[in-house]
Design a protein around this ligand. Structure first.
Ligand SMILES: C[S@@+](CC[C@H](N)C(=O)[O-])C[C@H]1O[C@@H](n2cnc3c(N)ncnc32)[C@H](O)[C@@H]1O
Ligand SMILES: Nc1nc2[nH]cc(C(=O)O)c2c(=O)[nH]1
Ligand code: SF4
Ligand SMILES: [Mg+2]
Length: 208
């Protein structure tokens, strides 16, 4: 019961895994980063590449001090909080602790839950499977839409109309459909130069 309350406050969080690697996607591609992957997601993307993360209860709940102390063992000072869906949790306490320890903090989120925490960079990747919470639109620094089917381009434009004007617009092929959708994305970005392409470069390099 006490653990449940600490999770609700954001002082403890379910940790699926944490690893030091190279950011593979989006604007920060190529930057060394420590990934904190929180367990639990209720969005249900059919093509999700971390389906194992969905069940929140199966991951050990850790005090945020412990999670941050692990991150400090590595030389990089960029942390990416991901999941699962990290905004299922109160991210205020962990982001303030990471900030106190000198980290730059990015998040990868579907935006499907109310925004919490304080970040240097917010990657918003909306999903058809669960509508984003309105609080994400003013926070997004990067809109990264996964293209699985050609209709996802229209979906991307619908969200682009709602983010702030400084938000970077990215189309990322769904990994298993990359061959089919890549030419579509290339043609679209050439005709609509306010968009850029993002690829999952860590998968090409076979790194975590
Ligand atoms: C696994 S998700 C975790 C964070 C959050 N739940 C989200 O969806 O943004 C991390 C990133 O991987 C993307 N992603 C997941 N599966 C993918 C796939 N099969 N192909 C391309 N991108 C994928 C997501 O859209 C998201 O931008
Ligand atoms: N290298 C690497 N870059 C990533 N960018 C976003 C990831 C994620 O799963 O959130 C991810 C990941 O899992 N690995
Ligand atoms: S929101 Fe993210 S973690 Fe959840 S199912 Fe979709 S891609 Fe996977
Ligand atoms: Mg990933």
């Amino acid at each position: 019961m006490q653990v449940r309350e600490e999770v609700a406050k954001g002082n403890m969080l379910p940790l699926m895994e944490a690893f030091y690697t190279i950011q593979g996607e989006g604007t920060f591609t190529g930057h060394p980063a420590y990934f904190i992957r929180l367990g639990g997601c209720d969005v249900g993307c059919v093509w999700c590449d971390v389906k194992d993360s969905w069940e929140g209860e199966k991951w050990p709940v850790k005090p945020i001090e412990e999670i941050v102390a692990e991150a400090e063992r590595f030389p990089g000072r960029l942390v990416v909080i991901t999941g699962g869906e990290p905004l299922m949790y109160n991210l205020g306490p962990i982001t303030s602790l990471l900030k106190d320890r000198g980290f730059t903090i990015n998040i990868e989120t579907s935006g499907a839950h109310p925004f919490s925490g304080s970040f240097d960079w917010v990657c918003f990747s909306p999903k058809k499977f669960k509508a984003p919470h309105p609080s994400i639109y003013e926070k997004a620094d990067e809109l990264k839409v996964i293209v699985f089917h050609k209709s996802d381009i229209g979906f991307a434009e619908k969200h682009a109309a709602q983010v702030q004007s400084h938000c970077t617009l990215l189309l990322q092929p769904e990994w298993s459909k990359a061959r089919e959708v890549s030419s579509l994305i290339v043609d679209y970005v050439k005709d609509h130069p306010n968009w850029k392409i993002s690829l999952q470069t860590h998968k090409f390099m076979d790194i975590p």
